[in-house]
Design a protein around this ligand. Structure first.
Ligand SMILES: Nc1nc2c(c(=O)[nH]1)N[C@H]1C(S)=C(S)[C@@H](COP(=O)(O)OP(=O)(O)OC[C@H]3O[C@@H](n4cnc5c(N)ncnc54)[C@H](O)[C@@H]3O)O[C@H]1N2
Ligand code: MOO
Length: 401
């Protein structure tokens, strides 16, 4: 069995970023830049006043001296002339600085009488002026490719002179649940049935990670139904194909067998992790397949560890891997077996920073403890018994996990 790191490495090295497309700024939030972003203009484009007051020569701002006001400069309408010694121009915040001026005296420090101005304080050269290019200069590279765009970034992009941006295409993800026992949310389960839960959680995760989820519903555990689903996926050509269930060794676990008969190239099956051991990774032509285990906790943890980084790689991001933090264990744990363990746990503020307490029961069918968990405590394979107080690594769960 591969380790989690080896399995993820195999997946990530085999997928490449999708093509780029141009997208209007208003639809670019949360999307990934496909190319470095350059300033198409300089901001401010000219020297402007940072305050309401009077543009003048700093040397003329002698308290008590009388200057002549020769015009006005306001935002959007500059003073055309040139300011000579002994003169001043009424100016407002954001207005172009007149030629010949080198400072702005704020109006609180001046007394005006008709066309005459008496400074009440000195002002230094360059004071209260925003110089041309203070924010950015034409040709500056402001963002690298791979950046996920925030609201702030998009405001800046508008100022740089862009109305649309080159972004990575959003990956499309087809999600197929499998199992005779499943019904869709909202349907009434029959005598031996349960509600399919994982497709809902995975679709949310896909969309939050920038992808477009297509829920293909439920295929029955029959060769015919699985073949029909494969035919749909071939027509659809999604960027990723995900199946849920049927990945293990039971008589009705048909995914690997039927998919291989239908042309899937298997890359690997089984990972040394708990939960999630029987995950499948393969290819239908150009389409990667993640065959997630049926147990819903296993499926969702596999999605967190493998699907999310894959979606990031497809979108050209560079921050692919989940980052782990360190906390203090709040209860003793027995020795771990041969699989890296991802244990649902709660976090709290302890005397020595963050304390982590795993749930007592970790059965991979239990979705309530997954929903209530703050984190997954990550235990290395073969780790010995550990006591309360020991440092351990965890992966924090968020709104879209
Ligand atoms: N003899 C062995 N049995 C099992 C092994 C093994 O190594 N040897 N591995 C176990 C492990 S670990 C896992 S994980 C499961 C995974 O099995 P499958 O991927 O084949 O999943 P299913 O059998 O189809 O379903 C398992 C379980 O999950 C429920 N399920 C399935 N799909 C959904 C869904 N979309 N939403 C909610 N619940 C779902 C299903 O009803 C089953 O209860 O195999 C172990 N067995
Ligand atoms: O590897 Mo399974 O996911 O433990 O239930």
């Amino acid at each position: 069995m591969l380790s989690v790191d080896e399995a993820r490495e195999r997946i990530l090295t085999s997928v490449a970023p999708l093509s780029a497309e141009r997208v209007p700024l208003s639809q670019s939030h949360g999307r990934i830049l496909a190319a470095p972003l350059e300033a198409l203009r300089t901001q401010p484009p000219f020297d402007v006043s940072a305050m309401d007051g009077y543009a003048l020569r700093a040397a003329d701002a002698e308290p008590g001296r009388q200057l002549t006001i020769i015009g006005t400069s306001q935002a959007g309408c500059a003073f055309d002339g040139t300011l000579a010694a002994g003169t001043a121009v009424r100016i407002f915040t954001g207005a172009p600085l007149p030629n010949g001026a080198d400072a702005v005296l704020i109006q609180e420090n001046a007394e005006r009488d008709g066309d005459f101005l008496t400074p009440l304080a000195e002002v230094k050269a360059r004071q209260n002026i925003r110089h041309r290019g203070l924010d950015f200069q034409e040709g500056d590279i402001v963002f690298d490719a791979g950046r996920r765009l925030t609201a702030r970034d998009l405001g800046l992009a508008a100022g740089l002179g862009h109305a649309s941006l080159p972004l990575r295409r959003r990956p499309t993800v087809a999600i197929l649940a499998t199992g005779d026992e499943l019904v869709l949310p909202g349907e009434m389960p029959g005598k031996d049935q349960i509600i399919a839960t994982s497709s809902t959680a995975l679709a949310v995760m896909v969309e939050a990670e920038g992808g477009i989820a297509h829920d293909l519903g439920i295929a029955r555990d029959t060769v015919a139904d699985l073949k029909a689903a494969i035919a749909r996926v071939r027509d659809m050509r999604p960027d990723v194909f995900i199946t849920l269930g049927g990945a293990s060794v039971g008589d009705h676990d048909l995914i690997r067998q039927v998919f291989e008969q239908e042309g899937m190239r298997l890359d690997f099956w089984k990972i040394a992790m708990r939960p999630g051991k029987p995950m499948i990774f393969g290819w239908f032509g150009e389409t990667p397949l993640l065959g997630l285990p049926g147990n819903p906790v296993s499926a969702q943890i596999c999605a967190l560890l493998f699907l999310k980084p894959m979606l990031r790689k497809l979108q050209g991001r560079t921050d692919l891997l989940p980052s782990l933090e360190v906390a203090t264990l709040a209860s003793d744990l027995p020795a771990n077996g041969p699989r890296e363990d991802y244990m649902r746990a709660t976090l709290s503020e302890g005397p020595e920073g963050i304390a982590i307490r795993p749930f007592d029961v970790q059965d991979s069918s239990m979705t309530r403890s997954l929903a209530l968990a703050d984190a997954l405590l990550v235990r290395p394979a073969h780790e010995g018994e550990i006591r309360a107080g020991a440092p351990c690594r965890f992966l924090r769960l968020g709104l879209s996990d």
